[in-house]
Design a binder for this molecule. Structure first.
Ligand code: NAD
Length: 249
């Protein structure tokens, strides 16, 4: 039996993980952490890690960067593996996560969907074939409650392209700040926020006479919840270190 705690248990994704967990016969929800205990749940919810009295096999984190970083010292002291699904970390916050991964096993992915992972693989191949003749743009659309932009997934897709192309690209997040032509060595990002869109990502390769695009659309938060639970199963008993979807699949 795998016991799980959820950081951000009141949130949309926290709730999705809880309902999805019922489909796994070998998991129990031990407790949750959030900034408020609404009293709505049949399990203990903590707002302060010093009050916790039960220790899970794995913590799944779908919260906000500051909440992830306040949970990690607790995980380190009790040597609890952590699945980080939260997005929007600054460079400095990411360095802190990397440092924690020396003391505990951490699985981190900005997108827990297998198909998005597949998209990064396809993108590597397409980028090698088209990058010399095409401009690359990434468009992402999410619900109106999302607080970070561009999405962690958009950055992950760009990084996977950049990695196979010797990191020659810079990223342009705001073309309004410029009055000059785009360079071919940049990847442009556009973020749309509205309604209840779970998550859509399109990568465009724009050449003089044709456009090649790859799109992924998530229709349900289930895919992310399921991926995080599979990551939790994978992470139990792993040595300290930073793991990604490449290790899981
Ligand atoms: N990796 C993935 O596949 C994936 C998929 C979906 C969402 N996400 C990311 O997961 C995160 C959560 O998404 P969501 O849609 O559930 O958001 P949400 O806003 O519904 O939930 C966030 C939760 O964090 C809690 N929180 C906020 N500040 C806190 C604090 N200081 N201390 C403790 N808890 C705090 C909120 O109360 C809320 O319950 C976001 O970063 C989102 O981008 C990742």
């Amino acid at each position: 039996m795998l016991s799980i705690s959820i950081n951000g248990c009141n949130g949309k994704m926290g709730q999705e993980v809880i309902s999805q967990m019922n489909e796994y016969g070998d998991m129990i929800l031990l407790n949750g952490f959030d900034k408020e205990n609404t009293g709505n749940f049949p399990f203990p919810v903590y707002t302060n890690f010093s009050k916790v009295t039960e220790y899970p096999d794995v913590i799944i984190d779908f919260s906000v960067p500051v909440a992830t970083l306040s949970m990690l010292p607790f995980a380190k002291v009790h040597h609890i593996p952590v699945v980080i699904a939260t997005t929007g970390f600054s460079e400095e916050q990411q360095q802190q996560i990397n440092a924690y991964a020396k003391d505990i096993p951490i699985f981190q992915s900005s997108n827990m969907s297998f198909e998005i992972h597949l998209m990064t693989k396809v993108l590597k191949m397409v980028s090698l074939a088209l990058a010399d003749s095409a401009d690359i743009e990434i468009i992402e659309t999410h619900h109106n409650r999302k607080i970070d932009a561009p999405s962690g997934t958009a950055l992950m897709l760009a990084n996977s392209i950049n990695k196979v192309l010797q990191n020659r690209y810079t990223y342009d997040f705001d073309r309004m700040q410029k009055t000059e032509k785009r360079s071919q060595n940049e990847i442009g990002f556009s973020s749309i926020r509205g309604g209840n869109i779970v998550g859509e990502h399109t990568v465009q390769f724009l050449s003089q006479n044709e456009t090649f695009e790859i799109t992924h659309k998530a229709y349900s938060r289930k895919v992310f919840a399921d991926g995080s639970l599979k990551a939790a199963q994978f992470l139990k008993n792993k040595p300290n270190g930073l793991y990604s979807m490449d290790d899981l699949i």
